[in-house]
Design a protein around this ligand. Structure first.
Ligand code: NAD
Length: 240
């Protein structure tokens, strides 16, 4: 009988944030992953929390061996982590949004050497919504296409990365999307893609009621990325 694979060793980057905390909590409930390092922007108050070694972003070179880094930080945090993954030949899963075009290009270049999965949204529902939007756009030529997104007041980028990805899918179907962003209270994330014709309207809506869906999606993808050849991966490539 085959020996079970050892757990995938994870580095969690942006560990003190809303997503970082969800990732640490949910990783602790799984047998197939083991968090070997948590990285926070500033010096951690404690070196080891719940058995997980913590490092500051300035100590990245000192983190132990890992298989996959999961990044949910801010754009300025990504470059050093990407460099670390490339230098160690390790996979990167990133959900950080608001990236500059040069950062997307750097991810593309890195995918020549390591497995890279960057996604503006790690939920299954949004993966399906992207496909529905492309189909609706193709089936409704000439209709107005508006993407309205709502998030909590702390969100830095607008329109959201998810809205922009939905817009890319709308464009593949021939639509020319416009965007509107609302920042209010503690909304985790809502996206409406509205197609408006003469006398009728189609609305496709996704509402996230827990950020655990994104953390679960990222952990699921990371657990399946170890040992894959270099390249760009999508959430849907790693669903099974
Ligand atoms: P947050 O502000 O709660 O957390 C971000 C964390 O990153 C903070 O703890 C901050 O200290 C840390 N950080 C900032 N600069 C850093 C650096 N240079 N090095 C290391 N760490 C640094 O934000 P959040 O709600 O957890 O979201 C984080 C990111 O993930 C945002 O870009 C958000 O848009 C994105 N997001 C993506 C998805 C998805 O499914 N792709 C879902 C939710 C959020």
């Amino acid at each position: 009988m085959n020996e079970p694979s050892p757990p995938v060793r994870l580095l969690i980057h942006g560990a003190a944030g809303r997503m970082g905390q969800a990732l640490l909590r949910l990783a602790g409930e799984r047998d197939d992953v083991d968090v070997v390092a948590a990285v926070t922007r500033s010096k951690p108050a404690q070196r080891v929390i719940d058995g997980v070694p913590h490092f500051s972003a300035t100590e990245l070179e000192a983190v132990p061996e890992f298989d996959v880094a999961i990044d949910f930080s801010l754009p300025q945090g990504l470059d050093p982590l990407l460099a670390l993954c490339v230098s160690r030949g390790r996979a990167l899963v990133s959900g950080t949004t608001g990236l500059e075009p040069e950062q997307r290009a750097a991810l593309d270049a890195a995918a020549g050497n390591i497995p890279v999965l960057w996604a503006s949204n790690f939920s299954l529902g949004v993966a399906i919504l992207n496909e529905l939007v492309a189909r609706a756009a193709a089936a409704l030529p000439g209709w107005d296409c508006d993407i309205v997104e709502s998030h909590h007041v702390h969100k830095k980028d607008a329109p959201s990365g998810t809205a922009l990805t939905l817009g890319e899918h709308a464009r593949t179907g021939g639509a020319q999307p416009r965007y509107a962003a609302l920042r209010a209270g503690d909304i985790i994330g809502e996206h409406t893609v509205q197609f408006t014709g003469l006398g009728e309207r189609v609305e496709l809506i996704h509402r996230a009621t827990s950020r655990d869906i994104f953390a679960r999606g990222a952990l699921h993808a990371a657990a399946r990325l170890r040992g894959r050849p270099p390249g760009h991966y999508r959430v849907t490539d790693l669903l099974s």
